[in-house]
Design a protein around this ligand. Structure first.
Ligand code: SF4
Ligand code: SF4
Length: 140
């Protein structure tokens, strides 16, 4: 049991829908399956999607950003929510938090949905559980 939102097992994150994570911060990287899923979802072929909605940055393919620095798919909310990139789906339950729990506080400084007032063991337990669930659902 973890992140149940109870006094014994508090919720460690609740998205405030502010969109701050959809702006800047090195851009949103796409995995191959993200490219396929988003192209299908918005009804363009893969090639056109890569040309019109992506940029290449070294080895990474990133979603382009609007002039205000926000992701091209941000419009008061994520307009591709059902197929948003795995990087966006994973936030904020990242393996980097398990590697170094101080990352949780650093992430909290840019994401108002992250609770930074909880003991480290509570955060770690919840992040570990969420990552495990994500892996299990991907495998099934
Ligand atoms: S910055 Fe955090 S609270 Fe704001 S939209 Fe992103 S995940 Fe949600
Ligand atoms: S794909 Fe959606 S959730 Fe991800 S950065 Fe763009 S607008 Fe935000």
């Amino acid at each position: 049991m973890s992140c149940e939102g109870t006094a014994q097992d508090p919720e460690i994150f609740r998205c405030r829908m502010c969109g701050d994570c959809c702006r800047g911060y090195g851009g949103t990287a796409l995995a191959k399956e993200d490219i396929d899923a988003i192209s299908r979802y918005i009804g363009v072929d893969r090639r056109r999607f890569l040309q019109e909605y992506c940029i290449v940055s070294g080895p990474r393919i990133l979603l382009t950003q609007s002039s205000d620095g926000r992701c091209i798919f941000w419009d008061k909310l994520c307009t591709i929510h059902p197929v948003k990139p795995s990087m966006c789906k994973a936030w904020p339950y990242l393996p980097a938090v398990l590697t170094d729990p101080s990352n949780w506080k650093a992430m909290g400084s840019v994401c108002p949905g992250i609770r930074t007032d909880l003991p480290e063991d509570v955060v770690l337990r919840c992040v570990r559980t969420k990552i495990k669930k994500r892996r299990l659902s991907k495998a099934s």
